[in-house]
Design a protein around this ligand. Structure first.
Ligand SMILES: Cc1ncc(COP(=O)(O)O)c(C=O)c1O
Length: 418
């Protein structure tokens, strides 16, 4: 099986060199080249439409990263962008006081999210997660936090520790997804002083298989939260508006006290939200300070209202699930056919291929080779992060991408199974 020819990404690489002098690392965090396959993936995009994105060198890809989650419908979804442009032209969006569209969106969330009785809007998921922890600490008068999953970059949960005094994380403990015992053990020791348990209802660890909740797991976490008087938060920043309109809590039938939403809610416009039980949320009325110049900026509210309209009118989630189910089934067939250590995980809106870890660490070069062959076929998937199916992926886009995946698996088979 021939290697696919390398893409020309020279403009991206030139821009990267310029960027390095302007911004530390040129681009931040997970968007840095070493988080893809260095030298193979573009670093800068120029535009996107539907499920396609174009890089600086003019290469057009079918995209499965969806801007790390916000793109639920597609890039430049006209109805959403038009609603935003109308708001800019006709009303404006940045004022000293709040525009009433905030209430309309809050009413909408309270209507569709099972556990939502009140809402606070912010502009990022990290800010929402930090607010939920602060509310929980204020409400319970306790300080410890049990967490499971990625919750952003703020002091209390950043996994990279530079610049963070140890004491800011000394009351935060991590437990394992689908392992109630690991939480129970922590609570036996710290339960009396535990304010918050925060968990992503679907496990999506970086560079690892997606984990769905085993029967009784989320219920068990909730029971432990009750037993120890801790506030339970579901971090639905990725699952919200994808797994179901009311989030994973609706799909799995377990209601937390608080939940976090962001990403897909506004199809790309910056938004975060904490929702939850009135009695707990009311802490943010007087005891907890939450404020930003930009939190009431209404463009994302307008975008979210329109995105939710479209989700409902066009039965977007049903469409994504149907396409995703078919896609996931085909991935399983392909991975069974080519015995190269690839593993399929995920749920229909969020599929993923990782590689079985082995003592010789061959899985790392298999991963690099697999994703190199994919990007060279202009299928944009992230080696260290699960993929997303969006509304604008057509059956043809998915078929093309499955063929590209099969070609990449064949390449691995020829290279590694001699
Ligand atoms: C589950 C989860 N929580 C919180 C965050 C942080 O959100 P943001 O990047 O908008 O600050 C993310 C971002 O990827 C996330 O996936």
């Amino acid at each position: 099986m021939e290697e696919k020819p390398k893409l020309n990404i020279s403009k991206s690489l030139e821009e990267l060199e310029k960027g390095r002098k302007l911004t530390p690392g040129a681009v931040l965090g997970i968007r840095r080249p070493y988080n893809f396959v260095e030298g193979e993936y573009p670093v800068y995009f120029e535009e996107g439409k539907g499920c396609r994105i174009t890089d600086l060198d003019g290469n057009e890809y079918i995209d499965f990263l969806c801007a790390y989650g916000p793109i639920l419908l597609g890039y430049r979804e006209e109805e959403v962008d038009e609603a935003v442009v109308r708001q800019i032209r006709d009303k404006g969006f940045c004022f000293s006081l709040t525009q009433s569209v905030q209430n309309r969106l809050a009413e909408r969330l309270i209507d569709i999210i099972p556990s939502a009785e009140m809402v606070v809007f912010l502009k990022t998921g990290s800010a929402a997660a930090t607010l939920a922890v602060r509310i929980s600490r204020s409400y319970t008068g306790k300080k410890k936090v049990m967490r499971c999953g990625y919750h952003g970059w703020h002091y209390w949960c950043s996994e990279v520790k530079g610049g963070i005094p140890e004491k800011l994380q000394e009351d935060v403990f991590e437990f394992e997804y689908n392992n109630l015992e690991s939480l129970e053990k922590l609570l036996e020791e710290h339960g009396d002083d535990t304010a918050a348990i925060i968990i992503t209802p679907v496990g999506h660890p970086t560079a690892d298989k997606i984990q769905t909740p085993e029967p009784g797991f989320l219920e068990g976490v909730k029971e432990l939260a009750r037993k120890y008087g801790a506030v339970l938060t579901f971090d639905e920043i990725r699952t919200g508006f994808r797994v179901a309109l009311g989030g994973a809590q609706e799909y799995y039938g377990v209601e937390p006290d608080l939940s976090l939403f962001g990403k897909a809610m506004a199809n790309g416009y910056a938004i975060g939200a904490v929702t939850g039980k009135e009695e707990i949320m009311k802490e943010a009325e007087s005891h907890v300070f939450v404020s930003s110049t930009f939190f009431p900026n209404s463009l994302s509210f307008v975008a979210a209202m329109k995105t939710i309209d479209i989700i409902e009118e066009k039965k977007v989630l049903k469409d994504i699930w149907a396409k995703g189910e078919k896609f996931l089934n085909r991935l399983h067939e392909l991975v069974d056919k080519y015995d190269v250590g690839a593993e399929v995980s995920g749920i229909p809106p969020m599929p993923y291929i990782t590689f079985k870890r082995d003592a010789e660490k061959l899985y790392k070069s298999k991963r690099d080779d697999f994703y190199t062959q994919l990007i060279r076929q202009k299928v944009f998937m992230q080696p260290y992060h699960h993929w997303y199916i969006c509304y604008r992926h057509t059956e043809e886009d998915l078929e093309y991408s499955l063929n590209a995946i099969e070609e990449s698996l064949k390449y691995l088979q020829d290279k590694y199974n001699k």
